[in-house]
Design a protein around this ligand. Structure first.
Ligand SMILES: Cc1cc2nc3c(=O)[nH]c(=O)nc-3n(C[C@H](O)[C@H](O)[C@H](O)COP(=O)(O)O)c2cc1C
Length: 172
């Protein structure tokens, strides 16, 4: 079971590489009782101000998670600021003992500070980062059909990106 929170799709794309049908936290948070049981339970979310977004925090505080393996993957854009350590502390405050927390560098969507055109040109090597997670967690199921574009071919990649997004089946 994988839960996700996403503003612009980075965390959703990572969640979908871990599990085919991840569950939206903004939808799940209204569930009563807010209680979940599974062999593994994961949270994928962006880093906001070095921490998880307020709704993710509320979800962890209010929810009950029965699993031998609770993990978090946090996407960030520039400076994670110890986000994994802060997330570990948050889990512990919520009575959760996380088995694994990691961060994934992606395009930064904090618009006041970054030029999105420049961000799109960067090769963040997301598939390489996911491969590292897979190597560190050999028993995890990681779907590896992400799209990787080198910075030299960005200008010609428009149709590749469109095909890949269509294949993810995430557009309404
Ligand atoms: C309000 C806000 C605060 C953010 N704070 C940080 C931050 O402290 N450090 C960082 O590296 N990225 C920060 N980011 C960038 C996001 O964490 C990053 O782009 C993330 O991958 C976005 O994921 P999403 O598309 O799933 O929302 C921030 C973005 C927003 C919108």
């Amino acid at each position: 079971m994988v839960f996700f929170f996403t503003g612009t799709g980075n965390s959703l794309s990572i969640a979908k590489q871990i599990e085919k049908n991840p569950i939206s936290i903004p939808q799940a948070i209204h569930q009563t009782p807010l209680e979940f049981t599974d062999d593994t339970i994961g949270i994928v979310a962006p880093v906001y101000g070095h921490e998880v977004p307020a709704m993710v925090k509320a979800f962890l505080q209010k929810g009950k998670f029965h699993t031998p393996y609770f993990y978090m993957v946090l996407t960030y854009g520039n400076r994670h600021g110890g986000a994994a350590q802060l997330a570990k502390q948050l889990c512990e405050e919520c009575g959760i003992a996380p088995s694994y927390i990691n961060i994934v560098l992606m395009v930064d969507n904090w618009l006041p500070e970054f030029d999105m055109d420049e961000q799109m040109k960067l090769d963040k090597n997301v598939s390489g980062q996911m491969q590292t997670i897979q190597e560190l967690e050999p028993d995890a199921t990681v779907v590896t059909d992400g799209l990787s574009i080198s910075r030299n071919s960005v200008a010609d990649a428009q149709s590749d990106v469109a095909d890949w997004v269509a294949s993810l089946n995430i557009l309404p």
